[in-house]
Ligand binder design. Structure first.
Ligand code: 5AD
Length: 351
């Protein structure tokens, strides 16, 4: 029997663990071990970031998508989705609102909408950087050709989010149509890193067919890829998808994985995600206490927020919304943390 205390000690001191050790930790049901892991991750997050939380303003610029991922509410086959795309002007207005609220990173996230082609998005990025030179721009717009990633980077984009979703090819094939391949996804991640982006990847916890062994593969992939950011959240079914009747992912397991990721990658930016906060009433606080250091308030215009529904009951008001920053600040103060008004780059990245 592997001792989970020893595994936690190894994670704390060496920031590493092998597959067998990670599996033992994931299988362990002992509440004392869970608490020791959480404590260790919290201490590591504080050692890296102090008690500061970085914010990212999330602008959901389009819910058109050419893809048909089985889990996602904006998949192209969902005829009930009411489609929208923001104009460049509307995106810039979101930034104006966000800047006044103290946000210094804007995340432009959308489906793979080819009306927002390389040129159009490059122009938006360049304009945001012209108007807000002290802000970082993160893109999250799916799989594209390396030349396009390069064009966006040259226009000023600093970071890119592209979750790998699952590091196991067979599992990947159960979540995606055959035109989407894990190898292509991983190639995109590699290209993004080579171009010079701060890169974020991640996965859903409790997606259909996922096993604990699959999660171990995710952790080992992430440790090896060494991304600057990792976003994970529980799978939450969306009624108009083939997975509409599947079970919801576990918030507890998500928190455990956040803690393991914090110890594996002590410097990484880890969000307490919207999906976690949707499932758990105090998900932001719980995520931060488990070792996360980022929260991404929703900055999209009010009239489209209901439409960017990747999963059912997605939260977009209260402390989840950019207008709710005062409430968020209060919730963080309750646990002894504060919001940092800063771009919140990966430690050591000079801009
Ligand atoms: N539940 C939870 N997360 C989801 N995502 C997409 N659909 C769902 C869902 N039903 C996540 C994916 C994607 C990110 C933008 O949202 O991991 O990469």
């Amino acid at each position: 029997m592997l001792s989970c205390n020893k595994i936690i000690h190894k994670l704390k001191t060496e920031h590493n663990a092998n597959g067998e050790e990670l599996l033992a930790l994931l299988q362990c049901e002992d509440v004392k071990i869970a608490e020791a892991l959480r404590q260790a991750a919290q201490e590591q997050a504080q050692a890296t970031f102090g008690k500061n939380v970085f914010l990212r303003g999330l602008i959901e610029f389009s819910n058109f998508c050419k893809n048909d991922c089985l889990y996602c509410g904006i998949r192209r086959s969902n005829k009930n989705a009411s489609r929208y795309r923001l104009t460049p002007q509307e995106i810039l207005e979101c930034c104006t609102t966000g800047y006044a609220l103290g946000l210094r990173t804007f995340v432009l996230q959308g489906g793979e909408d080819f009306a927002y082609d390389d040129k159009r998005l490059a122009e938006v990025v360049a304009e945001i950087k012209r108007q807000y030179p002290d802000c970082a721009v993160t893109l999250s717009a799916g799989e594209r050709k390396p030349e396009i990633y390069r064009e966006w980077f040259e226009a000023g984009a600093d970071r890119y989010l592209l979750r790998h979703e699952t590091a196991n090819a067979e599992h990947y094939a159960k979540l995606h149509p055959s035109e989407l391949q894990l190898t292509a996804r991983l190639e995109c991640l590699q290209n993004l890193k080579e171009i010079g982006y701060q890169v974020g990847t991640g996965f859903m916890v409790g997606s259909p067919y996922q096993t604990l062994e699959n999660l171990v593969e995710d952790l080992l992939f992430i440790k090896n890829f060494n991304p600057h950011m990792v976003g994970i959240g529980p799978f939450i079914p969306h009624k108009d998808t083939p997975f509409g009747k599947e079970a919801v992912g576990s918030a507890k397991l998500t928190l455990k994985l956040v803690s393991i990721l914090r110890l594996l990658l002590p410097q990484a930016n880890l969000p307490a995600t919207t999906a976690l906060n949707t499932l758990l009433p105090n998900g932001h606080q719980q995520g931060i206490l488990a070792g996360a250091n980022v929260i991404m308030p929703n900055l999209s215009p009010q009239n489209v927020r209901d439409k960017y529904t990747l999963y059912d009951n997605k939260k977009h008001s209260g402390s989840e919304a950019a207008e709710g920053i005062a409430l968020l600040r209060q919730q963080l103060a309750e646990i002894g943390y504060e919001i940092a008004i800063s771009r919140g780059d990966y430690p050591g990245v000079i801009k």
